[in-house]
Write a protein that binds this ligand. Structure first.
Ligand code: MG
Length: 272
């Protein structure tokens, strides 16, 4: 069901959450895409996520049509994301911008504070040992605890990590869908997109970012600042200007024939 349709009891949804679908992409766009919840539905564990071959085909065609200005922006480690797209090697920012592979294949790393990282790794691993339904994911710079299997532990995970993280340790908490992450301060999906936009072939193009989660709001803010297009996937409040219902709607939108130049006339009714 689209988030814009009335809810099951017939009550209209709040107008401030209503967003139109995005227009067709233009050949002058730079496209940035989140992966989980955007290009693919969530799975029980991150490694079980499957990418539809129609998505892979669309990404390959878009990469060519956009002159290479297509990048993945994910919370996953780059190595984990690459496993999902074995025949594509796209520019990508992993771990919320802590690592980035640019259009030339160059790797940029944002190093964490080693002592804090070691302490947090022990803490998260300890929690996952005590509560085996929690999944600990060591991505390198950032660390995550997934509680998809046991949502009743969410409050415990959030409280434990919040209380153990000092203000000046160089790390911050990043809530996501059914997980809590700790990641080095100062990097997020917005800084990752800004880094790409300062380099060819992205520079000078209209940035378009599509994402579904709280972490993507950083990206939406950065792209709105650059007068780009922002697309929220799924329901809920957002800073994004457009909305698509789910990964299937994203796939269909990616398959829409590209126009020469991206155009969009803002309807005042759309502003919320
Ligand atoms: Mg996502």
């Amino acid at each position: 069901m689209s988030p814009e349709t009335p809810s099951s009891n017939g009550t209209p949804r709040p107008a401030r959450f209503v967003r139109p679908p995005p227009p067709a992409l233009g050949a002058d766009c730079a496209l940035f895409l989140d992966i989980d919840g955007t290009l693919a539905e969530f799975a029980r564990v991150p490694d079980a996520v499957h990418i539809d071959t129609e998505i892979t085909d669309a990404l390959r065609r878009l990469f060519d049509d956009l002159g290479g200005a297509l990048a993945l922006i994910t919370g996953r480690a780059i190595t984990s994301a690459d496993r999902l797209f074995p025949n594509l090697k796209l520019p990508i920012a992993g771990q919320h911008g802590c690592e980035r592979r640019d259009a030339d294949g160059g790797i940029h790393l944002h190093s964490p504070v080693k002592t804090t990282q070691a302490r947090l790794r022990n803490l998260l691993r300890g929690l996952a040992t005590r509560h085996p339904q929690l999944l600990f994911e060591d991505k390198g710079a950032s660390l995550a605890l997934h509680y998809r299997e046991t949502p009743q532990l969410a409050a415990h995970v959030h409280r434990t990590l919040r209380e153990s993280l000092g203000a000046d340790e160089g790390y911050e908490l990043q809530p996501g869908k059914m997980l809590l992450e700790v990641r080095p301060e100062g990097r997020d999906k917005g800084t990752a997109i800004s880094d790409f936009m300062a380099e060819p072939p992205f520079a000078g193009r209209l940035p378009v970012f599509v994402g579904d989660d709280l972490t993507d709001e950083h990206g939406f803010t950065a792209v709105e600042r650059l007068d780009g297009w922002t697309v929220k996937v799924g329901p809920g409040p957002t800073a994004a200007r457009f909305r698509l219902a789910d990964p299937t709607a994203v796939k269909h939108w990616l398959q829409v024939p590209m126009v020469a130049e991206a155009t969009y006339a803002m309807d005042p009714e759309d502003e919320g």
